[in-house]
Design a protein around this ligand. Structure first.
Ligand SMILES: NC(=O)c1ccc[n+]([C@@H]2O[C@H](COP(=O)([O-])OP(=O)(O)OC[C@H]3O[C@@H](n4cnc5c(N)ncnc54)[C@H](OP(=O)(O)O)[C@@H]3O)[C@@H](O)[C@H]2O)c1
Ligand SMILES: *[C@@H]1O[C@H](CO)[C@@H](O)[C@H](O)[C@H]1NC(C)=O
Ligand SMILES: *[C@@H]1O[C@H](CO)[C@@H](O)[C@H](O)[C@H]1NC(C)=O
Ligand SMILES: *[C@@H]1O[C@H](CO)[C@@H](O)[C@H](O)[C@H]1NC(C)=O
Ligand SMILES: *[C@@H]1O[C@H](CO)[C@@H](O)[C@H](O)[C@H]1NC(C)=O
Length: 329
C-alpha cells in the first residue's frame, strides 16, 4: 500500500517538474524581444513606480543604461538606495533620482508629487509599475481603503491627476500602465458601490484581479480624456514573471512557490513589453490600447465597458478628494 502511494507521489512530482520545464522552454522560445539597439534616451525623463524590485528595477536599469534621467518612486528607501547606487555604478549615469512614495497613502502621493513638480521641468514617460498582491491577508490602507485597490488603482489615479499639468507641458508624452492578464477573472463592476472599496471580501487573488481590471478601465478612460493632447496612454501584461510578487507573508506559501517560480519568465524577459510600450517609435501615436508579448493584445470584454470606465473615473475622483479634505499639506 505504501509503495503505491510512493509511486503516485513520485510520478506526480516528476510530472510537475517535466510539465513546468516544457512550459518554461515554450515561454522562453516565444518571448518577444524589444529591439533597442538604436534607442537613445539622453534628455528624456522617465518616472517609474516600484523601481526598487522585480520588473520595475529591470526597467529602471534599462532606461538608465540608455541615458535617461530616471525618477525611482519607491516605498522602501533602504532597498531603493541600494538599487539606485547599483544602477548609477553600472550605467555610469548619475541622473538617477530616488524619491519616497507609499502608493497606498494619499498623503504620501501628495508629498511625492509636490517634490516632483518642484524639481522636474518635465516627465516624458510615466510608468505605473508598482503593485501589491495580497494573496492571503485582508488589509486596509491608512485612508481606510482596501489595500490592493488603494495601492494599485487609487494611488496611480491620484498620482496621474496631480502630475497632469507637468505631463501636459510639452508633448509627446507617454503614460504606461502595467496591468495583468489576471484581469480576465475579475468581477469588478464600479456600478456596484461595494466593489469600489471591498474591505469585507478577501478571496485569494480577488482584490488583485479587480485592481488589474480597474487599471484597464482607468487606461481607456484616461486615453479618451487625453485624446489630441499628445499624451498617449496604454496598458500591458508583462507575462508571468519570477519577481518578488510571489513572496508572501506565509512561510509555507513561500516554500510551495519556490519550485513554481523557477518555471516563470525571468525579469529581463518580462520587461520587454513595458519597454516596447514605453519606447517603441511605431507606437508614438497609438493610445488606449492593451499589449502583451510586444504586440497588440485583447482584453477581456468587461474592460471595454465604457459605462464602467466613466463611472470608475467619477467615483475615483470622489474617493481621492473626499479623503484629501482632512489633509493639511
Ligand atoms: N510578476 C508577474 O508574474 C506579473 C504578472 C502580471 C502582471 N504583473 C505586474 O507587473 C508589475 C510589477 O510587478 P513585479 O512582478 O515586479 O512585482 P514585485 O517584484 O513585487 O514589485 C512590486 C513593486 O511595487 C512596489 N510597491 C508595492 N506596494 C507599494 C506601495 N504601497 N507604494 C509604493 N510601491 C509599492 C514594491 O515595493 P516594495 O519593495 O517596497 O514592496 C515593488 O517595488 C505589477 O503591476 C504587477 O501587477 C506582474
Ligand atoms: C519569503 O521568501 C522571501 C525570499 O524569497 C523572504 O525574503 C521572506 O522573508 C520570506 N517570508 C517568510 C514569511 O518566510
Ligand atoms: C538583465 O539585464 C541586465 C542589463 O542588460 C544585466 O546586467 C543583468 O545581468 C541581466 N540579468 C540577468 C539575470 O540575466
Ligand atoms: C505620428 O504622427 C505624426 C504627426 O501627425 C507623424 O508625423 C508621424 O509620422 C506619426 N508616426 C507614426 C509612427 O505613424
Ligand atoms: C457594462 O456593465 C454594466 C454593469 O455590469 C452592465 O449593466 C452593462 O450592460 C454593461 N454594458 C455593456 C455595453 O456591456
Amino acid at each position: 500500500m505504501k509503495m503505491i502511494w510512493l509511486i503516485i507521489l513520485s510520478a506526480w512530482f516528476i510530472g510537475y517538474i517535466l510539465i513546468g520545464f516544457l512550459v518554461r522552454c515554450w515561454t522562453k522560445f516565444t518571448n518577444r524581444h524589444f529591439e533597442s539597439n538604436n534607442i537613445n534616451l539622453k534628455g528624456k525623463t522617465v518616472l517609474i513606480t516600484g523601481a526598487n524590485n522585480g520588473l520595475g528595477k529591470g526597467v529602471a536599469r534599462f532606461m538608465a543604461n540608455k541615458g535617461a534621467r530616471v525618477i525611482m518612486a519607491c516605498r522602501n528607501m533602504k532597498t531603493g538606495k541600494a538599487v539606485q547606487d547599483e544602477i548609477i555604478r553600472e550605467s555610469g549615469n548619475d541622473q538617477i533620482i530616488l524619491l519616497n512614495v507609499d502608493l497606498s497613502s494619499f498623503r504620501s502621493i501628495h508629498e511625492f508629487c509636490s517634490k516632483v513638480i518642484a524639481t522636474e521641468t518635465k516627465i516624458d514617460i510615466l510608468i505605473h509599475n508598482a503593485a501589491y498582491a495580497g494573496f492571503i491577508k485582508k488589509a486596509v490602507s491608512a485612508d481606510g481603503i482596501e489595500l490592493t485597490m488603494a495601492t494599485n488603482h487609487y494611488g496611480p489615479f491620484l498620482m496621474t491627476t496631480l502630475l497632469m499639468d507637468l505631463l501636459k507641458k510639452s508633448a509627446p508624452r507617454r503614460i504606461v500602465v502595467v496591468t495583468s492578464k489576471c484581469h480576465s477573472v475579475s468581477y469588478f463592476t464600479p456600478q456596484n458601490e461595494k466593489h469600489l472599496n471591498p474591505i469585507d471580501c478577501w478571496l485569494p487573488l480577488y482584490q488583485y484581479s479587480n485592481s488589474k481590471l480597474a487599471n484597464l478601465l482607468f487606461t481607456f478612460e484616461l486615453a479618451r480624456r487625453l485624446e489630441g493632447t499628445g499624451i498617449t496612454v496604454n496598458a500591458l501584461h508583462p507575462g508571468t514573471a519570477n519577481s518578488e510578487i510571489w513572496q508572501t507573508e506565509s512561510r509555507i506559501m513561500n516554500l510551495s512557490l519556490y519550485i513554481f517560480r523557477k518555471f516563470l519568465r525571468s525579469v529581463n524577459e518580462s520587461i520587454q513589453t513595458t519597454l516596447y510600450v514605453s519606447l517603441s517609435k511605431e507606437l508614438e501615436n497609438v493610445t488606449g490600447k492593451y499589449f502583451r508579448n510586444c504586440k497588440l493584445g485583447k482584453t477581456h470584454k468587461i474592460a471595454q465597458n465604457t459605462s464602467s470606465q466613466k463611472i470608475l473615473w467619477k467615483e475615483s475622483e470622489k474617493i481621492v478628494n473626499q479623503i484629501n479634505l482632512g489633509l493639511t499639506l
